[in-house]
Design a protein around this ligand. Structure first.
Ligand code: ZN
Length: 195
């Protein structure tokens, strides 16, 4: 009997926790807990597993039993990085097989950014020029998807899709936008011809 149990259970290489759920990563068997925090890169992984921990010290965390939820969120974040949780592609992108790709009009984004920076044209005039609603235009000018980032669950992550504008251009546009919006607050008259 004890031998049968023994064959089902295995020991975590890092913390020696015995469980039937331990799985092999990079040829080392790890418990659910240690594997969750394990780095993906082999060299870092090796350093990580050689730093031994005592499973008893981890019990207090393990009891929370919350790793499933955390793991699920991590999975969602991974998907988000690939644009997979996006229901609608931002202007200039299209979704193919659940991933973000530059669309035919992708170069428009940079054009709009540069146009906004280079001229004293109002947002209103720009929106008419490009046939985009004022709100749509603002969204385009502030969307950091264009610099390769993805916002998910209130956090910003590095995405895996192509950039459509450089971070420098993006930052300059943010500065100008901020100044514009601040000016509106100070000068309510300018606010009136908004929308
Ligand atoms: Zn472990």
């Amino acid at each position: 009997m004890s031998q049968w149990v023994g064959s089902m259970m295995s020991e975590c290489y890092k913390c020696e926790y015995k469980s039937a759920k331990n799985k092999i990563f990079h040829e080392r068997r790890l418990c659910e807990f240690c594997s969750y925090f394990a780095p993906d890169k082999k060299e870092l992984f090796n350093i990580y597993v050689e730093e031994k921990t005592n499973w008893r010290d981890l019990q207090t965390y393990r009891k929370q039993g919350n790793l499933g939820g955390v793991k699920q969120k991590r999975g969602m974040v991974e998907k988000a990085k690939e644009g997979k949780v996006m229901s609608r592609a931002p202007f200039g992108y299209e979704i193919r097989k659940g991933k973000l790709f530059p669309a035919q009009n992708s170069e428009m984004v940079e054009t709009i950014y540069e146009d906004f920076l280079a001229t004293e044209t109002s947002l209103n005039q720009l929106s008419k020029k490009y046939g985009i609603s004022l709100n749509g235009l603002k969204k385009i000018l502030m969307n950091f998807t264009y610099i390769g980032k993805i916002k998910f669950d209130g956090e910003v992550h590095e995405g895996k899709h192509n950039h459509l504008v450089s971070s420098t251009l993006f930052n300059h546009v943010q500065d100008k936008l901020e100044k514009m919006l601040r000016r509106r607050k100070i000068n309510p008259k300018a606010h009136n011809n908004k929308n």
